[in-house]
Ligand binder design. Structure first.
Ligand code: FUB
Ligand code: ZN
Length: 651
């Protein structure tokens, strides 16, 4: 099932142009240390390297084009690989000969850094060749390999560059020869999942099932031998490669129990969703019901108990990890940008397993909120951590909140998120539809034109919309076959008022696992879909102690927040009445064009109190005020200030 999509969307093309014309050139300069920027530590830890990126120079040194030492995290190479992957997708929507030449040169450099036997990792080549694969809990060797393989598949598809694919195959073949259950092989896994995703992609491209089997080996081996990292560490009794990793429990690496027995989302959030992505891909590809069930359980736990309303995951900075059910603090959480991107990867694979719109709902939630909040509107500043509540003085003075930044830095010591976001946005066309044998799922509403090869016939879909500003969507569908094709149009979980027409006849929309199933016979057809998108109040399960008595506002897929720039200081003093009108207005003049929501509310008078902390008597006075809300993704673009998603609700 092939699908080629070209996006013409107002909302997304702004971002995709930003990727092509700002993010890619800017990140290239950063990776080459060719730009004078302030690189911030992502949290207050002494050992975080934040003087420079040095990522390209690491490759130059490993390739013997230059001399020096490796600098940066042990996984610094992955910044280059994610950049290359973003370049690949950008070339698919905007060809650029100069950019291709730069990327071809990067491929040449990477191939020179690859060792004779296929091994590829600049840290170990330069700094510690004797420790290769000896500290897999920390080393990220297979994590980096996975990112390179993903980038290679994308770059090969975009440009036909054979060299990138041969370097990737040499690396993958080397990994297959070293890791596995056979005699003399390392029967272990990497501390950070990612190789599994890369190998699955290489399998899908080449059809070589050695790669699929190796991905399956890594997935099924996880948690089978929980002491593996400890044994490796004891045998390699030297300085740690990343300080502190072994202070985390086995759950951090999803190593606590065999993967088949995992039924909750545990440990480091990015690792968990990367593991789940590959697991769901494997389950969908091999039709493995048992593994599909594992994926469903992990998904349920995230969706029902461990996810923020913004699609953020990871409730604590300690281990960048999940904690426990219903533990969703708004101001100390992690909600790493990469984790929400990984959740989107997981969702699109779940949609291959089964056509249930809830996966697309969460994919959309993560995409339009936490993922996009990961970057500033200028494409040159990035959040690693995405809070739901910020008070700048607390971030500056409370050590427990040093990771909660009120302003996006120009770059981060650990730069996993910025290029991850670039590749996500540049490939958003791949998330709009899921094509199966006889059905096409419409997951996202993005103005675009797509061609599908399904079961021997071609289907063309032109999607017209200005979403999420408006919920009016038209699909012009041409089915060149004689058999009908089921077009399954998502009924968003947040929508309660929608109507549809098929070839100008009013349709009765019945939900089929959250999709409106329209059988499209041969020929040309027009489907009209009209979803009312209005601001709505959202409440949280009372098991989440932080959100009792609070309300969040969302309009369609976009969660809204109050910011200091509109509402002054002391956002905790704002009270939004349960019945106040929420009036929505599109404003071209604010934040490059956003819909704002205004309401009347009450502000607790912070001055109506003495000097002390506590007193008996009347509650502080409240005065009427206006409350303005903006989409969450656009916060922190007007200087430093407070921000809050969950507001006090006044009766
Ligand atoms: O370990 C590699 C990446 O760096 C992880 O995915 C992020 O969470 C950050 O720790
Ligand atoms: Zn990240």
């Amino acid at each position: 099932m092939n699908n080629e999509t070209m996006i013409h969307d107002t909302f997304w093309n702004r971002y995709r142009k930003l990727v092509k014309h700002e993010m890619i050139p800017y990140q290239w300069d950063v990776l080459n240390d060719a730009i004078d920027i302030n690189i911030e530590k992502e949290r207050d830890d002494d050992f975080i390297p934040n003087e420079k990126s040095h990522a390209i120079e690491n490759f130059r040194i490993a390739a013997k084009r230059s001399q020096g030492d490796h600098y940066g995290w042990v996984f610094q190479d992955s910044d280059v690989y994610k950049w290359l992957e973003a370049v690949s997708y950008s070339l698919m929507y905007e060809w650029d000969e100069d950019l291709k030449k730069t990327a071809d040169d990067v491929v040449d450099l990477i191939s020179e850094a690859q060792e004779e036997d296929g091994y590829l990792n600049t840290y170990f080549t330069i700094k510690a060749p004797e420790r290769k694969y000896k500290r897999l809990g920390e080393s990220h060797e297979l994590y980096c390999a996975g990112h390179f393989i993903e980038a290679s598949v994308a770059y090969y598809e975009a440009t036909g560059n054979e060299k990138v694919l041969s370097v990737a195959r040499k690396l993958a073949d080397h990994i297959c020869s070293v890791f596995g259950e056979g005699e003399g092989k390392i029967c272990g896994v990497d501390g950070h999942e990612e190789i599994e995703i890369g190998l699955m992609k290489l399998y899908h491209l080449t059809g070589n099932d050695t790669y699929l089997k190796e991905a399956e080996f890594f997935l099924r081996q996880r948690g089978k031998d929980p002491e593996f990292f400890d044994r490796q560490k004891a045998a390699d009794a030297k300085d740690p490669i990343i300080a502190g990793v072994y202070t985390f429990p086995k759950k951090y690496f999803q190593m606590h129990v065999p993967v088949e027995q995992q039924d909750t989302a545990e440990g480091h959030a990015v690792r968990l969703v990367y593991m789940s992505t590959a697991l769901a891909d494997l389950a969908a590809t091999t039709n493995d019901k048992g593994l599909a069930d594992v994926c469903r359980k992990i998904w349920r736990n995230i969706a029902d108990k461990r996810m923020y309303i913004t699609g953020g995951i990871g409730s604590t900075v300690i281990g960048e990890a999940f904690t426990l059910d219903y533990d969703l603090p708004n101001d100390t959480m992690y909600c790493e940008t990469c984790a929400s991107i990984g959740l989107i990867f997981f969702a699109i694979q779940m949609l291959r397993i089964e056509s249930r719109s809830e996966y697309a709902d969460i994919m959309e939630r993560a995409l339009y909120n936490t993922a996009l909040a990961g970057m500033a509107l200028d494409g040159r500043h990035f959040f690693y951590v995405n809070p739901l509540e910020v008070v700048p003085e607390k971030s500056a003075n409370d050590p427990g909140k040093s990771h909660v930044k009120p302003v996006r830095p120009e770059w981060l010591g650990c730069a996993c998120c910025p290029p991850n976001l670039a590749r996500m946005i540049a490939s958003v066309d791949k998330y709009i539809y899921t094509a199966k044998e006889d059905e096409i799922l419409v997951n996202l509403f993005i103005r675009s034109e797509s061609d599908f090869e399904l079961n021997g016939h071609t289907v063309r879909i032109k999607q017209e919309c200005d979403y999420p500003r408006s919920g009016k969507i038209t699909f012009l569908v041409s089915n060149n076959g004689t058999n009908p094709v089921n077009l399954k149009i998502r009924i968003p979980g947040w929508a309660d008022d929608y109507a549809g027409k098929v070839d100008e006849k009013t349709a009765d929309i019945v939900s089929d696992n959250g999709y409106w199933n329209v059988a499209i016979p041969g020929g040309d057809h027009r489907i009209g879909y009209d979803i009312q998108i209005t601001p709505k109040r959202w409440y949280c399960n009372p098991k989440v102690s932080e959100n009792i008595g609070k309300v969040a506002i969302a309009r369609g897929p976009q969660v809204y927040c109050a910011e200091g720039a509109d509402n002054g200081i002391g956002l905790h003093n704002l009270n939004l009445p349960a019945d106040s009108e929420l009036s929505y207005e599109w404003r071209d003049d604010i934040l490059g064009g956003v819909g704002v929501i205004d309401a009347k509310g009450w502000r607790t008078d912070a001055n109506d109190f003495g000097e002390g902390l506590y007193y008996t008597g009347n509650r502080p006075r409240e005065e009427e005020c206006s409350i303005r809300l903006i989409p969450y993704y656009a916060w922190a673009n007007r200087g430093e200030g407070e921000m809050r998603v969950w507001l006090n609700e006044a009766k």
